[in-house]
Each structure stands twice: as structure tokens, then as C-alpha cells.
Design a protein around this ligand. Structure first.
Ligand code: VGL
Ligand code: ZN
Length: 213
């Protein structure tokens, strides 16, 4: 069984948002093409960054600290971000025009103020599961196709966890965009994913009948 995992295509990650991913809005159209294609995926799920206002990844919650600085958060190295994707706010909602009605399930992450959660599967300490791994296993999924925002954070860590879980994992290049806090981060992420056995594909290739054809 094949699953499509749509990672964090939310308002706050779009241009103009507090954690804007450059050209992040360009992930929406290819994602919709895949969401609208019938029969390509057996399961379609999304992840949603969903933080409480007092989340420890927000620079605003650490007096004197600025976004981009790195701190120790409950024993893990943590990059500080601008306040983003606060539960129930407009910024946490899926991007306008995204065909979110196609999502069978949405897995929320980052609710625990003491730990961040880039991967859609586990928090950054691999302490708690979001339920996504169990859900996919229950549906007999062996292959996952991953896209969304941001390539160098949540997409990357979701794909790495998928590989660790033994899933055949595909990264849909044209439907992802990265933060690039440091120039070259997206390229480094792609190289890291490839080294771990994540395979590269595109929406066109998938819509033509899959990478194997
Ligand atoms: C993300 C940084 C902080 C992401 C989420 O979705 O890639 N990045 N929270
Ligand atoms: Zn976040």
C-alpha cells in the first residue's frame, strides 16, 4: 500500500508568514495535482505543526534570545523560531487553496512545550509518537511519498523516520521548499536523504505512472 504524506503546508510557512519558507506557496499546486489524482495513493495523510503559545521553540519565550539562536531545550539542541503555528490560529491552518478535504487523517505535532517535533512521526527526542507510524502500519502501508514544507526541517526528519521505520520512502522534489537558514541547506538535506536510501521523484513522474515506468 502507498501513502502520500503532506507535511506542514500551513499559512505561517508561506511567504509573508512569521516562518516564511521562500516560495513555499509553490508547493501547493503540485500537491493539489497529486491530491486530485485518483488511484495513485491508497492512503493520504497530512501533518500539522500545532504549538501551544508557550512552546519552547519560540524565541519569544526565552527572554533575551533571538530567532535563529540555538539553546538547550530539555537536553536537546533547539533552534529558536519566531512564534508560528499556534494552535487554533489562522497561521496554523492549511494554506488557502490546498485540497485539504482529501486528507484522510491529520497528525498534529509540537504540542508538548518542552520538546520540538520536526518529524511527522516522533518528537525530536523520539520519545513520543504522533500515531502516524501506527496508523500506516494498520493500513498495511509499505511505501510513503513525502512532500511539503520545509525540506530542510520537517520534510527531512519525516523522511528519515520513515526510512528508520523500514518504509520505502520517496521525496517529491518539486512539491517541497526549504527554509535555507544557511545557504545550501536544501541541497545538504537532499544528499542526506539520498544517503539514507530515500528515493527522489517528481509529481510529473508520479502522474505519468510512477517512478518505475
Ligand atoms: C518547521 C521549523 C519549526 C517545519 C516547523 O515545518 O519545517 N520548521 N517548525
Ligand atoms: Zn514548529
Amino acid at each position: 500500500m502507498r501513502a502520500l504524506i503532506v507535511v506542514d503546508i500551513q499559512n505561517d510557512f508561506l511567504p509573508g508568514g512569521p516562518l516564511a519558507v521562500p516560495r513555499g506557496d509553490e508547493a501547493v499546486a503540485p500537491t493539489n495535482r497529486l491530491l486530485d489524482s485518483t488511484g495513485l495513493f491508497d492512503v493520504v495523510v497530512a501533518t500539522q505543526d500545532w504549538h501551544p503559545q508557550d512552546h519552547g521553540s519560540f524565541a519569544a519565550n526565552h527572554p533575551g534570545k533571538r530567532p535563529g539562536e540555538v539553546i538547550d531545550l530539555a537536553g536537546l539542541s533547539q533552534i529558536l523560531w519566531r512564534v508560528h503555528c499556534v494552535q487554533g490560529t489562522r497561521g496554523a491552518k492549511f494554506a488557502p487553496g490546498l485540497h485539504a478535504e482529501r486528507f484522510e487523517r491529520v497528525f498534529r505535532k509540537g504540542q508538548n512545550p518542552a520538546i520540538d517535533s520536526y518529524s511527522g512521526f516522533f518528537d525530536n527526542g523520539h520519545r513520543q509518537s504522533t500515531g502516524l507510524a501506527e496508523f500506516l502500519r494498520g493500513r498495511g502501508v509499505g511505501e510513503v511519498y513525502i512532500l511539503g514544507l520545509a525540506t530542510d526541517y520537517c520534510v527531512k526528519f519525516t523522511a528519515l523516520d520513515a526510512r528508520e521505520l523500514g518504509l520505502e520512502t520517496w521525496f517529491i522534489e518539486d512539491a517541497c521548499r526549504g527554509v535555507e537558514l544557511h545557504a545550501g541547506d536544501v541541497q545538504k538535506a537532499i544528499e542526506e536523504l539520498t544517503a539514507r536510501g530515500v528515493r527522489m521523484t517528481t509529481t510529473d513522474e508520479l502522474l505519468r505512472g510512477g517512478p518505475q515506468s
